[in-house]
Write a protein that binds this ligand. Structure first.
Ligand SMILES: NC(=O)c1ccc[n+]([C@@H]2O[C@H](COP(=O)([O-])OP(=O)(O)OC[C@H]3O[C@@H](n4cnc5c(N)ncnc54)[C@H](O)[C@@H]3O)[C@@H](O)[C@H]2O)c1
Length: 494
């Protein structure tokens, strides 16, 4: 720790500069900064300010901010808009309230928006500033750990769409970020922990030394030790500022800040905004990304263990909520904004602690088999009418499943129509059970493990027999089979 930035005082702030040429700006960090009016006032443009905040933060800090803006500065008039509190209000309707206020106040471009609150307020107010009259001045006063270590720095602004998080937005930099660490005194414990997910992220993706520091100091962070918190905020802002300076518009490097976020966004969206805190979703998503990195052979197990150890110490989850299904992940992730040309790109760890990569096409091919892990049984369904489907099953899927999940039983599912024509296939693959697509889907639901179903016919026969077969396979894998007649072979797996 190089400097006690967190000690309660009204001393000079620690400044982390976001270096963006003529759009560079300072991030002032310290205790009692809202008691130093000049820090805010020097960044105000024009004579009018609109503070954007919410119903929770307004009673706590609005007066203080208004005072900081106006003390010794009577020429400035301050208005405010108080939005409902919560991620579920990070939407177009709520954003309109900010525009309504600005338009009612008859503002020209020379005024300043001030975002007073957590990441939701910061993102929304920033987007209002980016789009109102094609861009006006704005200042960030973040009041959560999440906002102080991440969202207020770097100029990513926006709102959610019902189909996906943060899908509408703009890159738009503030005039300054003022982090008064005293505001964290009123932050609920769960919100504090949520912000720590992003602190941990910096350590994992680019700052191993910081991660080691966190391993030594996590209990201090959770206990709100001011020095520890201030150091974590400063170091996080330094990391974020460096990344943003190198890649402001996320053409590459900046995307690495999204470790765990692709899964996390799916959890947040799948769950309904506001049910699972952003940092909690990111923490669960980080575990998934780290797990994938390990299974790909990119990191060693000690990193997995360190992540599994530190997250609970930070009071963060290590698994996604049980009600999240694979289908929920898939449908939401498909919409994730990092889907480019139909390819879902993920940030994964690779190499020693503190290194990560952005996955590409080759990695994607290697990632697919990861979904096989943990399956009790595979159900391969195919159309017996289509030779291509037959080829696909026999030449691609069976070898792949056997390679990546040796020993896991496979049930082949086909339609009856061409049994005569394809009987050789069933002789080659004892255990094949003819059923329909609908039946296969029923099975998939029942077993809850990955099943790959491609079948053209829609008959409803044999459902019970196939259910029974699959359950038996799961509970009691078949022994080595004796030589049987062709007819019996079709049911060997039973
Ligand atoms: N722009 C970015 O780069 C970026 C990065 C990370 C997260 N985000 C976004 O940030 C949002 C999450 O931010 P968040 O975790 O700050 O959530 P939040 O803004 O909803 O704040 C969390 C809760 O704490 C309350 N609160 C805030 N400050 C308080 C204080 N000092 N005392 C008491 N209560 C206080 C809020 O009213 C709210 O109820 C998400 O929408 C996420 O997408 C954006």
């Amino acid at each position: 720790m190089d400097r006690p930035v967190g000690e309660k005082s009204s001393g000079a702030p620690t400044i982390v500069e976001v270096d963006l040429g003529n759009r560079s700006y300072p991030t002032d960090i310290g205790s009692g900064l809202l008691d130093q009016p000049e820090l805010l006032q020097k960044h105000v443009h024009g004579k009018k300010v609109i503070v954007v905040t919410n119903t929770t933060i307004a009673p706590l800090y609005l007066d203080k901010v208004v005072e900081a803006l106006t003390k010794g500065n009577p020429a400035v008039s301050v208005e405010y808009v108080i939005l409902p509190d919560g991620e579920k209000f990070k939407d177009m309707d709520t954003l309109m309230k900010v525009f309504d206020k600005a338009i009612e106040s008859r503002l020209d471009r020379r005024f300043t928006f001030v975002a007073l609150g957590g990441g939701v307020i910061g993102d929304m107010c920033g987007f209002a500033a980016a789009s109102f009259l094609h861009g006006v001045n704005f200042i960030q006063i973040p009041t959560t750990v999440m906002a102080q270590v991440d969202s207020s720095v770097g100029g990513k602004t926006g709102i959610n769409h019902p189909l996906g998080k943060n899908l509408i937005g703009a890159f738009y930099q503030p005039q300054c970020v003022l982090i008064d660490t005293d505001t964290l005194d009123t932050l609920p414990d769960r919100e504090l922990a949520s912000g720590l997910a992003e602190v941990i992220k910096y350590g994992l993706i680019r700052d191993a030394e910081f991660f080691e520091w966190q391993e030594k100091n996590m209990e201090k962070l959770i206990a709100r030790n001011p020095n520890a918190l201030a150091y974590a905020i400063k170091r996080s802002c330094e990391n974020k500022a460096e990344v943003v300076s190198l890649d402001e518009k996320e053409s590459g490097l900046r995307a690495t800040l999204n470790l765990g976020h692709t899964f996390g966004h799916a959890i947040e969206t799948g769950f309904g905004y506001g049910q699972c805190l952003h940092g909690e979703a990111v923490a669960a998503g980080t575990v998934m990304a780290v797990d994938m990195s390990y299974r790909l052979g990119w990191i060693d197990s000690s990193i997995v263990k360190r992540v599994d150890d530190i997250l609970p110490r930070a009071k963060l989850p290590t698994a996604s909520p049980e009600t999240m299904t694979v289908e929920m992940f898939k449908s939401v992730m498909a919409l994730d904004k990092k889907v480019a040309d139909g390819l879902l790109r993920l940030i994964l760890l690779k190499g020693p602690l503190g290194n990560c990569v952005f996955t590409g096409q080759e990695d994607y091919n290697r990632l697919r088999p990861l979904s096989y892990c943990g399956a009790d049984v595979f159900i391969l369904a195919f159309s017996l009418i289509s030779k291509a489907s037959y080829e696909n099953v026999s030449k691609k899927w069976i070898p792949e499943l056997k390679h990546y999940a040796p020993g896991v039983p496979i049930i082949l599912v086909g339609t009856k129509h061409d049994l005569r024509e394809d009987k050789q296939f069933f002789i080659d693959h004892p255990g094949a059970v003819p059923i329909s697509t609908a039946q296969g889907e029923e099975l998939q639901k029942l077993i809850g493990s990955p099943a790959y179903i491609e079948c053209s016919a829609k008959t409803q026969e044999n459902v019970k027999a196939v259910f029974d077969a699959a359950i038996k396979v799961v509970l009691q894998p078949p022994k080595q089979k004796k030589k049987k007649s062709k007819a019996q072979n079709a049911c060997t797996i039973l």
